[in-house]
Structures are given as C-alpha cells and as structure tokens.
Design a protein around this ligand. Structure first.
Ligand SMILES: [Zn+2]
Length: 263
C-alpha cells in the first residue's frame, strides 16, 4: 500500500494516503485514546467520518485542518455519542449534511446503508452494513487505500463490546463478513474508531473472532460451574479486567447470555 502512516506517539495523525485521523480529546477506558475523526480525501472536497463528541475545540481543529476544502458529507459509523455528538455542530460549521443509518442521526435528505457508494473527488467509499456493536453500525471500504474504516466494530486495541442496542449474533456475522471482504479485496489496513491503525486486517479479524468464541466457551463453562447472574459470570470470566471496565464486561456478558439463549 502507498502511504500507510502509523505515528509512534499515538493515533493522532495516523492513516493512509487518503485518510487522516484527527484524534478527539476524549480518552477513557471505553474510548481508548479518544475518538478517531477521519478526514477522507486530498482534493478540494473531503468527507469527514465521525466528528466525535460535541467538543468545540476538536471540531474547530478539524475545520482549521480543512482550511478552504469543502466537506461534502459527514458520515457516521454509528450513532453512539462519542462518534456523533459533534455532528450537528460540525454540520453547522461546514454546511455539510450528516449521513447515517439511523434516521435520528441524519441531517439532510440522504441516508446511508449497506451497498451505498459515497464519492468524493476521484475517491469512493463503499458502505458495508456491519450490525452488532450497535444495530446501526457501518464500515466504509476505501478501495484507493485498500483500507476499511471500522468504527467500533473493530478497535485498534483490545476488543469491542456489544452495546445494549447491539447483538452478538449479528456481530459474529459482521466479523465473518468483514473477514471475507478483507480477504477478497486484499485489504491492507483497518482504520478504527478508537486506537491505532491496524496494518494486518485478516490477523486482527481472526483475533477478534477467536476471542469471541473463547469468551463464549468461558461463559458456558462458568454457567456449568454454577455462576448464574451476569455479575457472578463477570467475576469469573473477567477476573483480570480492571474494575472501571466491569460495567462494560457485564454488558458484554448480557449480550453473550442473550446469544446463548439464556438471558
Ligand atoms: Zn460505539
């Protein structure tokens, strides 16, 4: 691939030839270094994927980076607040519409969904419906850079959680689909919604799929051992997880119990 950028000091400024990450200043155990805001395109027109939280300084920084380049659309990988919270303010700043799968997050007439192709200059982004982390999760394939923008479906570090509006069966199908797509198109990078760029898409996706299967096995075993409630299962299966992440782990266990047909 041409132009893969992976800065040593963190995700800010990372990307590929036509996609640049401007990191939002909202780090936390759940958002890792913060939300990645992706600027796609090098010409006079660009797309902005996930403006991030409603943070005036961050949005101003993104706008300043663009100078007089025109934002033709703001795209959302999904509606979670750390990705979409700044969309309305950024739309006001740039005059661009907001396109998302969930109509509640749109501004303007155009939606966004599986199979859509969004052009900008000579580039195109192909939309992949990848529900699971949330019901409205999308990924964007950027053929010019052999890269996939993955939102929270695949993170640059650790693993993602199934949010209350997500579904584990959908998520496993989406991971399988992403893996098949990555293999078919020869993807060379994943550009996540949080954390660093992943230069080995197949390896990363295989790791995610194996991790999910392992956790499901562990949860089955914990239940066979007598653990009944999500909290009891978390205490066993996620014993090594930091206390601040326990609520996320419990959310994840609930999603897995749903999947196992025993919520
Ligand atoms: Zn999310």
């Amino acid at each position: 691939m041409s132009g893969l950028r992976i800065p040593l000091e963190g995700p800010d400024g990372a990307g590929t030839e036509h996609a640049l990450n401007l990191l939002a200043p909202n780090p936390s155990p759940m958002t890792l270094d913060g939300t990645n805001t992706w600027v796609v395109g090098l010409g006079e027109e660009v797309l902005v994927v996930d403006p991030g939280p409603d943070d005036e300084a961050h949005l101003a920084r993104v706008a300043a980076h663009l100078r007089d380049r025109r934002v033709t659309a703001i795209l959302l990988t999904h509606g979670h607040h750390d990705h979409s919270g700044g969309a309305r303010a950024f739309a006001e700043l740039t005059g661009a519409p907001v396109r998302a799968l969930d109509p509640r997050h749109r501004l303007g007439d155009e939606g966004l969904g599986d199979g859509d192709v969004v052009g900008v200059g000579d580039l195109e982004l192909r939309v992949l419906g990848t529900p699971g982390h949330s019901a409205d999760s999308l990924c964007f394939w950027l053929p010019a850079d052999r890269a996939v923008l993955t939102g929270d479906t695949v993170l640059g570090r650790g693993t993602t959680v199934i949010a209350p509006d997500g579904d584990l069966a959908d998520y496993l199908r989406s991971l399988d689909r992403l893996r098949a797509t990555a293999e078919q198109v020869g993807a060379e990078a994943l550009l996540p919604g949080h954390g660093p760029v992943l230069p080995d898409p197949i390896g990363a996706l295989d790791g995610y799929i194996a991790h999910r299967r392992r956790r499901l096995d562990q949860i089955r075993a914990a239940r066979e051992g007598g653990a009944a409630t999500p909290a009891e299962i978390v205490a066993i299966v996620y014993a090594d997880v930091d206390r601040s992440l326990r609520p996320a782990a419990e959310m994840s266990v609930r999603a897995q119990l749903d999947y196992l047909g025993d919520a």
